[in-house]
Design a protein around this ligand. Structure first.
Ligand code: 13P
Length: 288
């Protein structure tokens, strides 16, 4: 199966009360680990690409070509969406052009009228091309690729305005933060989530900042309408810890331990283990 839009997988997840994971990719090892784990566990999956990661991988066209070829060469049969994460207006058009199957336009930092106008335009473009579109209301806290948000709680009326434009899924800030959560983090605002859900009805909701959210909060969020959960930092930390251990144990100094295929193997396995753990918690295993 080639790339698919995220629409059908998220509607199924919403109806089945589970969530599909969006795992951000940075390179070949990341992509391969996530695709293989999804296939092994029969789970649908969304590969997230931030603009910074796209640039790192030399451009969105390289990313789309790599992912499509990998799906074919690895015989991946589960549904895979290739999704732009926190796209700028220009970034959205670049990814559409490059062949992504799903786009996020993050207009959360614009005044609501401008967010509405730009999202509306992209809804028409994505509908025409059969792509899924994620919009955002209420900035997600923390820093991602230089974009710093404070972890706002979205205004449910603004969420309704954006949802009514016909986006596929909506990311609403509910006190979630990208990266590690500070020790004094008060937790997700389920009050906000319930109020947003009340206004947007059936719209699948997206929870960003999936790293480090306790399992009980994840499950509660899913029960309140979250159908997509984004995870990035947790795979990076798992990769880092496993790579550090390999080097600290001196394994890179033994035999051909310097070979990148050996050097990167423990980190690659650590990403797989992390993705598996998340898919178990999100309930997406066997849902492909
Ligand atoms: P984390 O890095 O906190 O897992 O957040 C990922 C994310 O929300 C990507 O959009």
């Amino acid at each position: 199966m080639g790339l698919v839009s995220a629409k059908e997988m998220l509607e199924k997840a919403r109806d089945g009360k589970y969530a599909v994971g969006q795992f951000n990719i940075n390179n070949l090892e990341w992509t391969k680990s996530i695709l293989q784990t999804a296939e092994e566990l029969h789970s649908p999956v969304i590969l997230g690409v931030s603009e910074g990661a796209g640039k790192y991988m030399t451009g969105f066209k390289t990313v789309a070509a790599m992912v499509k070829a990998m799906i074919e060469c690895l015989n991946i049969t589960v549904p895979v969406a290739l999704h732009l994460d926190h796209g700028t207006y220009d970034g959205c058009y670049k990814c559409i052009d490059a062949g992504f199957s799903s786009i996020m336009f993050d207009g959360s930092h614009f005044p609501i009228e401008e967010n509405v106008a730009k999202t509306k335009e992209l809804v028409a473009v994505c509908n025409h091309l059969g792509l899924s579109l994620e919009a955002e209301v209420g900035a997600i806290g923390g820093e991602e690729d230089g974009v710093i948000g404070r972890g706002e709680c979205a205004d449910p009326d603004e969420c309704k305005k954006i949802a009514d434009l016909g986006v596929t899924m909506l990311a609403a800030g509910i006190g979630n933060i990208h990266g590690k959560y500070p020790a004094d983090w008060p937790g997700l605002s389920f009050e906000t989530l319930a109020a947003v859900k009340e206004k947007v009805g059936d719209m699948p909701l997206v929870l960003h900042g999936g790293t480090g959210i306790p399992t009980d909060m994840i499950k509660k969020a899913i029960s309140l309408g979250v159908a997509k959960i984004n995870v990035n930092t947790e795979c990076q930390l798992a990769f880092q810890a496993a790579t550090r251990k390999y080097v600290e144990e001196g394994k890179d100094l033994v035999g051909k331990g310097f070979d990148p295929r050996k050097l990167l193997a423990p980190g690659t396995q650590a990403i797989k283990d992390t993705v598996k753990e998340k898919m178990e918690i999100f309930g997406s295993i066997g849902k492909a």
